[in-house]
Design a protein around this ligand. Structure first.
Ligand code: IPE
Ligand code: IPE
Ligand code: MG
Length: 243
């Protein structure tokens, strides 16, 4: 994967600690578009164009798991035309990026439900997941039609369906029924566009994640912003409740 000029040139301070798992709330596409007098969907289009360079930068920095929040269970509340536009864009991203991601050793996983998703798009998501299943350089989780509460409810339903007795329900067991089963918890959650909330993202998994927010809108978020987040992460003291 091609390193950006900044990364190759060594202009960025070296990182002493690199998180294993980085999760990004890709927000601000609408505001990016509004400030340019463009329709919201053009902001989403610019946002999708930013996915490849983010994945490449993560691979360069040595991150092993990247989770991208693409569409929440609450985003259905948006006007139908915007929802349709977002789905169409996701289909385009899958068509455009899957082969390149595969060549670069990325394993694509889907976090969320495909139950209410148009079949043509659901089939593309399933294919991308299946096609890249054997890769291990970097895991790219796409949180699409994802909600943290819905995920926990879904996990509890699966535990009950499996007939697991109450006294065998542990944190490890529940975690193994989440969409992120077998993956490490996020170490760092990044949110673009300045909001200071989780918006139903990885509620269980982010219990001890470090949080970093930037006013930069998602389409403008580049490797230098990712580096700033990773650098700030390196200076955090994670205590996990101990002293
Ligand atoms: C994030 O951008 C993309 C999705 C939530 C799908 P927004 O569409 O939320 O952009 P703003 O918050 O309106 O600027
Ligand atoms: C969170 O952004 C969801 C995604 C980035 C996919 P939103 O724009 O939907 O979040 P709120 O509504 O500002 O909390
Ligand atoms: Mg938003």
């Amino acid at each position: 994967m091609g390193a950006s000029a900044e990364m190759r040139g060594g202009a960025l301070a070296p990182l002493t600690v690199v998180p294993q798992h980085v999760a990004i709330i890709m927000d601000g596409n609408g505001r990016w578009a509004r400030e340019r007098g463009l329709p919201r969907l053009e902001g989403h289009r610019a946002g999708t164009a930013n996915i490849r360079r983010t994945v490449e930068a993560c691979a360069e920095f040595g991150i092993k798991v990247l989770t991208l929040y693409a569409f929440s269970t609450e985003n259905w509340k948006r006007p139908p035309a915007e929802v349709r536009g977002l789905f169409a864009l996701l289909g385009e991203v899958i068509d455009r990026e899957t082969e390149e991601l595969h060549r670069n050793g990325a394993q694509i996983r889907h976090l969320g439900s495909l139950a209410d998703i148009p079949e043509s798009l659901a089939a593309r998501v399933r294919h991308a997941v299946e096609y890249t299943r054997g890769n291990s350089r970097l895991v790219v989780n796409v949180a699409f039609n994802y909600g943290g509460r819905a995920e926990i409810v879904h996990a509890v339903q699966r535990v009950i369906e499996a007939g697991i007795p109450a006294d065998q329900v542990t944190e490890e067991l529940l975690a193994s029924h989440l969409y992120t089963a077998s993956l490490p918890d996020p170490d760092l959650v990044i949110r673009t566009a300045g909001e200071m909330r989780l918006s139903n993202f990885l509620l269980w998994q982010a219990a001890y994640a470090e949080y970093w927010s930037t006013p930069t809108y998602w389409p403008d978020f580049g490797p230098e912003h990712l580096h700033a987040a990773l650098y700030a992460y390196g200076a955090r003291q994670r205590r996990f409740g101990s002293l």
